[in-house]
Design a binder for this molecule. Structure first.
Ligand code: HEM
Length: 420
């Protein structure tokens, strides 16, 4: 591979962007580049889910994200078609528009503001240190199962006040839900078996029943013995006089466990692959870690773009980039494609840890911009600072990719490290 090229395989320009199998080879960059260049707002027939508009340009993703009057989140945020009762049963913060969204977001926001998140840095740094000191001594290991999978969930458990000894269960349930198209993680494969009996559960996954039961127990505990933690705030605060219902709480707890864990862990794994493939960038970072780590983190976030899309639904007959979109049409914002749009990024296929500005949309934008963005940034940055201060070199093997058109994930990543 040429020294500065980000991806060895850009895939088939005609790849089916809806197929989970397509993504086993990585994000189909060639297909999205073709769409950006020729048909930036294109109708994609999806026999299973009824078709949608694929929005692939950076400027259009921003327009759709920000205009909640024209593009509602309340009809669902995944490509999946949902009946009204499914939507009601599975609704979280993500599937509300203002003003209801504003009310809920105000309740959950305080623990995640940039200022508050800086106070978590030393706890996360010491967690990373402990895990690395145990694992790096092995010399060769699976980076995902030994390191990446461990860190964000253990931090999240601490923040939510969930016993760290339960973090293994959280990861397993999260894997089963978010990776619901991959047979390694679940027998209930979303596009292959009948999931009708689970249709009222998050991700149509039976694992949601277990996490719901767990959330009920935690809620009971906190109501009996309030603590100074985020869960107690959610259960006792009454936004505008209306407390969270039990279902709202269970759905929110599940959302946090999935959103706060899977995404950051895959970002860290992708980052390791990029650095292994770009020794000159790695050398720059290692030469002056403090000077490089913030911009390098942003470039890892842009390039990996782990959440590949979210959806909105048009509320009226309208246009995007002059293309007519009818009321009720699904509109899918492809963040990964936007992050490689050469109208926004010079040489988007070059991995450049000094890239500035770097206005990626990895965390979305507008009212639903990722609640955990500051936390995720902190975790990625601190992980690499600690890792790079302990190793003099490393080599990664072939990534084993997640079967998913939604999350760009790495399930296993062999790595060999040389310690300083
Ligand atoms: C690299 C890691 C992450 C990525 C790529 C990511 C991506 C995203 C994106 C694209 C959205 C916008 C959704 C939309 O517009 O519909 C979002 C929202 C959200 N994220 Fe993240 N996320 C990450 C980490 C986290 C973490 C660490 C947490 C929690 C601790 C979290 C919790 C949430 C929540 C609760 C929302 C919904 C916000 C709302 O609807 O107001 N995320 N995330």
């Amino acid at each position: 591979m040429a020294a500065n090229v980000l991806h060895a395989d850009l895939g088939d320009p005609e790849a089916d962007i809806t197929s989970h199998d397509t993504y086993l080879r990585g994000f189909p960059h060639a297909a999205f580049r073709r769409l950006r260049e020729n048909e930036p707002v294109s109708w994609v027939d999806d026999s299973a889910e009824g078709g949608f508009w694929a929005v692939t340009k950076h400027a259009d993703v921003i327009e759709v994200s920000r205009d909640y009057n024209r593009f509602t989140a309340s009809r669902g945020i995944r490509i999946e078609e949902m009946a009204d009762d499914e939507l009601e049963a599975r609704r979280t913060l993500m599937e509300f528009d203002p003003p209801d969204h504003t009310r809920l977001r105000r309740l959950v926001q305080p623990g995640f503001t940039p200022k508050v998140v800086t106070t978590y840095e030393s706890a996360f740094r010491s967690l990373v240190g402990h895990v690395l000191d145990d694992v790096l001594a092995l010399g060769e290991f699976d980076f995902v199962t030994e390191i990446a999978r461990e860190l964000p969930i253990r931090m999240l458990c601490r923040l939510l006040g969930v016993p760290e000894s339960d973090s293994g269960k959280m990861v397993d349930w999260g894997d089963q839900m978010i990776s619901n198209a991959d047979p390694e993680y679940t027998p209930v494969i979303i596009d292959k078996v009948d999931t009708e009996e689970y249709r009222l559960l998050p991700f149509r996954s039976p694992a949601a029943l277990e996490i719901f039961r767990y959330a009920e127990d935690i809620a009971l505990e906190r109501r009996q013995e309030p603590r100074d933690d985020i869960i107690t705030t959610l259960l006792t605060a009454e936004p505008d006089g209306e407390p969270l219902t039990d279902l709202e709480f269970k759905n929110f707890f599940t959302l946090m466990m999935v959103a706060g864990n899977e995404t950051t862990r895959h970002t860290i794994s992708h980052g390791l692959v990029y650095l292994d493939n770009h020794p000159e960038q790695l050398a720059t970072w290692m030469a002056d870690p403090a000077a490089s780590s913030e911009l390098a983190t942003e470039e890892i976030l842009r390039a990996s773009s782990v959440t590949m899309h979210f959806r909105r639904t048009a509320t009226e007959d309208t246009e995007i980039r002059g293309v007519p979109v009818a009321a009720g049409d699904k509109v899918v914002m492809w963040y990964t494609s936007a992050n490689y749009d050469d109208e926004q990024f010079a040489d988007p296929f070059t991995f450049d840890i000094t890239r500035e500005p770097n206005n990626h949309v990895t965390f979305g934008t507008g009212r639903h911009v990722c609640l955990g963005a500051s936390l995720a940034r902190l975790e990625v940055r601190v992980f690499f600072e600690e890792f790079l201060s302990r190793v003099s070199g490393f080599e990664v093997g072939e990534p084993d990719r997640l079967r998913s058109n939604f999350i760009s994930g790495i399930k296993h990543l062999p790595v060999a490290v040389q310690l300083r």
